[in-house]
Design a protein around this ligand. Structure first.
Ligand code: HSE
Length: 310
């Protein structure tokens, strides 16, 4: 059995506009990498975190990679010792599923080191538990796509019922990450606990239509279903110029545009790489008019999810 394994887990777009907490989409890049080495200590330690500027906790129980490994080992009943090195490529508080990617990469690595006792899908609860530690809510809309790739619908959390939705071949995603931070915990605290019946109807109509659009490869339907009347109106003000960015994206090749997860990253979906590159550039320019630097990630849909690197 190997003693040391590295795994990669990609960023993801939580919610995908209308699917608050129930839809998530994996992108190709960027992603986090976690390297785990087994040892005889019977303890799980975080040896090092690279790329977080010293901001993430090194205490195993407070770190999403650490929590996922502890929960996994508990579940398979093994008191294995291991040390973790986390390569944090995803920005913190970005809305790109950063905390989920670390947890997913960690649990994929430890599962392989322990001889693959669990199937990939069965690893999801450990990453969700890590999400609870990171932001107070065990939502799966980042962890599930980061683990499995593609577009994932979480029909239920108890018991976990996740559905992989096919996506059209020429669908591209764009993530534009402005250099500000929004904590998921804070972005959840601005939400209301109740919504009107009218908003409910609009939201579930769009969620169902988005899934139908994906399955029918109907790009126009995908675009007009990227509507969120639940979270986006309440979170828009957390992102400077969000409405202008969205309108620019739609004028420059985006089918639809919204907040990625809890923000501040803004995403759009496009038909073809050319449209995606054009929309991304226009959105970045618009952020610059507000003196906000940003990074743009244009990507095909990631259909593989997390994997080990040999
Ligand atoms: N569904 C979560 C939220 C995703 O919107 O709060 C967090 O990235």
């Amino acid at each position: 059995m190997s003693q040391k394994i590295k795994a990669f887990a990609p960023a993801s777009i939580g919610n995908v506009s209308c699917g608050f907490d129930v839809l998530g989409l994996a992108v190709q890049q960027p992603g986090d990498e976690v390297e785990i080495t087994l040892n005889d200590s019977k303890k799980i330690t975080i040896e090092r975190i690279v790329g977080d500027g010293g901001r993430l906790p090194l205490e195993t129980e407070k770190n999403t990679a650490g929590v996922a490994v502890i929960e996994f080992l508990k579940s398979i009943g093994q008191a294995q010792g291991a040390s973790i090195v986390l390569h944090k490529n995803l920005p913190l508080g970005s809305g790109m599923g950063s905390s989920a990617a670390s947890a997913v990469a960690a649990v994929v690595a430890i599962n392989e080191l322990m001889g693959l006792p669990l199937a990939k899908k069965e690893l999801l609860p450990f990453a969700m538990e890590a999400e609870r530690v990171a932001c107070g809510s065990a939502h799966a809309d980042n962890a599930a796509p980061s683990l499995l790739g593609g577009l994932i619908l979480i029909r239920d959390n108890h018991p976990l019922d996740i559905i992989e939705i096919p996506t059209p071949r020429e669908l591209f995603s764009v993530l534009v990450h402005p250099h500000i931070e929004v904590k998921t915990r804070d972005a959840r605290s601005v939400l209301k606990q109740t919504i009107s019946l009218n908003d409910g109807i609009t939201q579930w109509a769009n969620t169902a239509a988005l899934v139908a659009g994906m399955m029918k490869e109907d790009y126009e339907l995908i675009g007009r279903s990227l509507v969120d009347v639940v979270a986006e109106p309440l979170r828009a003000d957390l992102i400077p110029g969000f409405r202008a960015i969205k309108s620019i994206a739609l004028k420059n090749g985006a089918l639809g545009c919204g907040i990625s997860g809890s923000g501040p990253t803004v995403f759009c979906l496009c038909h073809g790489r050319g449209n995606a590159a054009r929309a991304g550039k226009a959105m970045q320019q618009e952020f610059l008019t507000m003196k906000l630097e940003s990074e743009v990630f244009v990507s095909e849909i990631n259909r593989q999810g997390a994997y080990t690197i040999h």
